[in-house]
Design a protein around this ligand. Structure first.
Ligand SMILES: Cc1cc2nc3c(=O)[nH]c(=O)nc-3n(C[C@H](O)[C@H](O)[C@H](O)COP(=O)(O)OP(=O)(O)OC[C@H]3O[C@@H](n4cnc5c(N)ncnc54)[C@H](O)[C@@H]3O)c2cc1C
Length: 505
């Protein structure tokens, strides 16, 4: 039986492990941390339970499809509920037709149309036409790009793509597409916020990705009962059911490469360190790296076998880092919905600070996840669990003092916008930011979401899922194809297993 070693137990690693085990490999997952799921980590303390990473469960059909391929049903592991309203948004000024500066985006389409129409006359009909175009983009992407391996540029630039050029809007940006159809700045924000999931800005993300609005409005935002921890535990159970073995607290400290000439080689195994400091070697026929791509290339591989070196990583359009707070309040907070945005600060300044001129800014946009609205088990009775996320530029210096300043700023804005005193009810607080991401995941420049989804980091142009120099070294996860986010990382594991099968490893 051939032996596959998977480095890392994030969504990509879990998925690759399950598929490789199904395909007959003897699979061992080596995970440096003690928890499964990588960035989908869970914090449980004092009766609170927080998803420390992902909180938006999108594309539920693709998750169901994943489980079905192993002859099991997702619902036998965890239930999902559609979140309604999908989200709440706080603005700086009053919303037209509302006494308050807050609006909910309902799931019901006619109610959502009414929200749009209140901002801008004619925008409800524009929304229908726009979402129809987004749906066609989504269907095209799922058919032609997402579940695909790229062996040459012609797998991307080909007859199918050329025939669909008008649909792809190749020369337009996401923001350009939205702004052509909607004038009101608040509507634009509602339609543009999903770019954050793609690790990009509205102007730096291709128009093709407006398919995200189809995912948001038509497919919906869901909540997995028990949080994302339940999702990764289910994937682990499926992988184990296929025969994969998991070793936690096992950090890979090097990949051994046997030379094959012309700076090409074959991975013969990996070196592993356990918490007691001891090192051992494990042999492999194939290695799938789910750990952060720059870490694997620059820290685990001998220099001559890197496909992507430090200069290219420096030039890469990285997705944002985050400053996260996990907050417990000792009273119910009706002011917040399950997902709540604070878009009450300057939109352009924030994107500029994350992507163009990296810096800490006084008034960032931020987002709250309040799982206790849907899942009472995530907080003590009568309490609320609140996860506050601020996207920031990767590579910034982070310190406990700065974190406290940002928490104070955010609480002040939350109090101003809601008109409620919140500080007196704050009874639990934890934080996570760049330095923690570096330490926990070897995250390059402390980033949270891997590579941004720019045109030149899409499909064939994205960091490839097979090393150019080490024949049997493959990649899965948010840096490689098809892209960033939990669902794409999950799909990356399926796609890479397919490639390994075709390569006849
Ligand atoms: C705060 C935050 C919020 C997010 N929100 C959402 C959301 O709402 N919806 C969504 O879909 N996505 C969201 N994402 C993105 C999503 O979580 C990621 O895209 C996805 O989880 C990445 O999975 P991955 O397979 O790339 O692996 P990762 O989760 O990055 O896991 C890689 C694993 O490799 C391990 N590792 C690293 N180095 C080594 C080594 N040397 N040896 C052994 N193991 C190693 C790490 O410990 C880690 O477990 C969010 C991410 C963050 C951080």
């Amino acid at each position: 039986m051939k032996r596959a070693l998977v480095i890392g137990s994030g969504f990509g690693g879990l998925s690759a492990a399950a598929f490789l085990a199904r395909d007959g490999f003897s699979v061992t997952v080596l995970e440096k941390n003690e928890w499964v799921g990588g960035r989908a980590r869970v914090l449980e303390r004092d009766g609170y339970r927080f998803d420390m990473g992902p909180s938006w469960y999108w594309m539920p059909d693709q998750h169901d499809r994943w489980f079905e391929q192993f002859g099991v049903r997702r619902e036998d592991f965890y239930a999902i509920h559609r979140v309604d309203p999908a989200y709440r948004v706080y603005y700086g000024d009053a919303v037209p037709g509302e006494a308050r500066n807050v609006v909910d985006m309902p799931v019901d389409r006619s109610a959502a149309r009414a929200v749009f129409e209140r901002y801008e006359s004619g925008s409800a009909d524009a929304l229908d036409g726009y979402l129809d175009d987004c749906r066609r983009k989504y269907e095209f992407a799922m058919r032609s790009f997402i579940y695909k391996n790229y062996y040459s540029v012609f797998d991307f630039v080909n007859g199918t793509a050329l025939r669909n050029l008008p649909l792809l809007n190749i020369l337009q940006s996401y923001g350009g597409r939205v702004r052509r159809r909607f004038r009101h700045p608040y509507l634009r924000r509602i339609l543009e916020f999903p770019v954050v999931f793609l690790g990009g800005s509205p102007t730096g993300t291709p128009a093709m990705y407006t398919l995200m609005n189809h995912i948001d409005f038509n497919l919906g935002t869901w909540y997995p009962q028990g949080g994302f921890g339940a999702v990764v535990r289910a994937m682990q159970a499926v992988a184990e059911g296929q025969g994969a073995e998991f070793r936690f607290g096992h950090e890979v400290v090097g990949i051994d490469v046997e030379p094959g000439g012309s700076r090409r080689g074959t991975a013969s195994g990996v070196r592993v360190r356990t918490p007691d400091g001891s090192e051992s070697r494990m042999e492999a026929d194939v290695v799938v790296a789910n750990a952060d791509y720059p870490h694997v290339e620059m820290s685990l591989l001998p220099e001559e076998y890197r496909s992507i070196g430090p200069k290219r990583w420096e030039r890469a359009a990285l997705a944002p880092a985050v400053l996260n707070f996990y907050l417990g309040f000792d009273r119910p907070l009706d002011e917040f919905a399950h997902h709540t945005f604070f878009f009450d600060a300057d939109w352009e300044t924030h994107f500029d600070a994350v992507y163009r001129n990296p810096r800490w800014i006084d008034d960032p946009l931020f987002y709250l996840h309040v799982p206790s609205k849907t899942d009472p088990d995530s907080a003590p009775k009568g309490h609320e669990a609140v996860f506050l996320l601020i996207p920031v530029a990767p590579g910034l210096a982070d310190s406990p003092e700065r974190r406290q300043v940002y928490l104070d700023h955010a609480l002040t804005r939350m109090e101003q916008r809601t008109g409620r005193r919140l500080r007196d009810h704050l009874v639990f607080q934890e934080s996570m930011s760049l330095s923690d991401f570096e330490e926990a995941y070897h995250a390059y420049r402390g980033n949270a979401f891997g590579l941004g989804q720019t045109l030149f980091q899409t499909a064939w142009f994205r960091a490839a899922n097979r090393s150019r120099r080490v024949g049997n070294l493959y990649y899965a996860g948010q840096y490689t194809v098809p892209g960033t986010g939990t669902t794409m990382s999950m799909i990356s594991g399926e796609v890479v297993a397919d490639r390994i099968r075709r390569d006849g490893v």
